[in-house]
Write a protein that binds this ligand. Structure first.
Ligand SMILES: CC(C)(COP(=O)(O)OP(=O)(O)OC[C@H]1O[C@@H](n2cnc3c(N)ncnc32)[C@H](O)[C@@H]1OP(=O)(O)O)[C@@H](O)C(=O)NCCC(=O)NCCS
Length: 105
């Protein structure tokens, strides 16, 4: 099944990497904590807690390529970069598309 999520992927990847079943992939969108809560471990705890009860086998997120520190942070949390993605939206920025395996229940 094709998913609109992968629609703007610019990097060639094996077809089965982006095959979706409707229940394969959890999309983490816009993780954000207010400034007083940054650098306190709160973002990491939210990041770990949100998908914990989910049945999907993996998670995906998009991080703007202009924010290399945030990209590095996600890498340090175990995320792998799948490739470049630019959503089909006017003036959309270029993103890194990332994947993380989720623990199976
Ligand atoms: C991303 C976030 C949740 C991480 O929180 P955290 O684990 O407490 O980590 P930090 O806030 O220390 O961020 C890590 C580094 O990335 C930088 N960074 C974070 N958000 C950034 C942004 N939007 N643009 C540029 N740099 C950013 C921080 O300045 C920090 O760099 P430093 O160590 O040199 O100070 C939090 O920084 C945040 O809410 N940022 C704004 C929203 C955002 O960009 N979310 C990502 C959506 S994919």
């Amino acid at each position: 099944m094709h998913s609109r999520w992968w629609g703007g992927l610019l990097t060639d990847v094996p077809a089965d990497t982006i095959t979706e079943t409707g229940t394969r992939t959890y999309a983490l969108s816009e993780l954000m904590v207010r400034t007083p809560w940054q650098k306190t471990g709160t973002a990491r705890r939210l990041h770990d807690a949100l998908p914990a009860p989910r049945p999907e086998e993996r998670a995906t997120l998009l991080v703007v390529q202009d924010h290399p520190k945030v990209h590095a942070l996600y890498q340090s949390w175990g995320w792998q970069t799948l490739g470049d993605l630019r959503p089909s939206i006017l003036d959309a920025p270029l993103f890194h598309a990332m994947l993380l395996g989720l623990p199976q229940h």
